[in-house]
Design a protein around this ligand. Structure first.
Ligand SMILES: [Zn+2]
Length: 141
């Protein structure tokens, strides 16, 4: 006789549920997500999927995932695209000031005014343009 006790066979592992995508992967957007809607949600700094959760955790730092719908943002990289578009827009905002500033009495005041408009415009526009870029990238992922 042996002292071995017969153990019941362990339960089979439950089927694996589809979890979050592997690091670097982006969940696919719904095929019917309208481009204008995802672009506008990104412009507002909101999740392009649900429009509720914040897209950024700091000025330009993108969250790992949406705090509301858990949409992963890990693979979304806008790189330098938002900076180029921001410079394009802010530069065009400065053109009227440069044009009219040429007639100002003080060139220093003209240069400072144009610089202030370009700097403030860039700081305001950059996160919005980056959000819009991320919205479009999420849709086309
Ligand atoms: Zn969301």
């Amino acid at each position: 006789m042996s002292d071995e006790t017969v153990r019941p066979a362990p339960d089979p592992a439950p089927p694996a549920e589809p979890g979050p995508p592997a690091h670097g992967a982006v969940e696919r957007a719904p095929a019917d997500a309208p481009l204008g809607q995802t672009l506008l949600r990104g412009w507002r700094g909101r999740c392009p999927r649900c429009g509720e959760g914040g897209l950024f955790r700091a000025y330009l730092k993108v969250r790992e995932e949406c705090p509301v719908c858990a949409q992963s943002f890990r693979g979304l990289r806008a790189d330098d695209g938002p900076a180029y578009v921001t410079i394009l827009i802010a530069g065009h905002l400065a053109v009227p000031l440069i044009y009219f500033g040429a007639e100002w009495d003080s060139p220093l005041l003209a240069v400072l005014s144009v610089s202030a408009v370009v700097l403030a415009g860039s700081l305001v526009l950059l996160p919005r343009v980056k959000g819009a870029f991320l919205g479009v990238l999420w849709r086309s992922a």
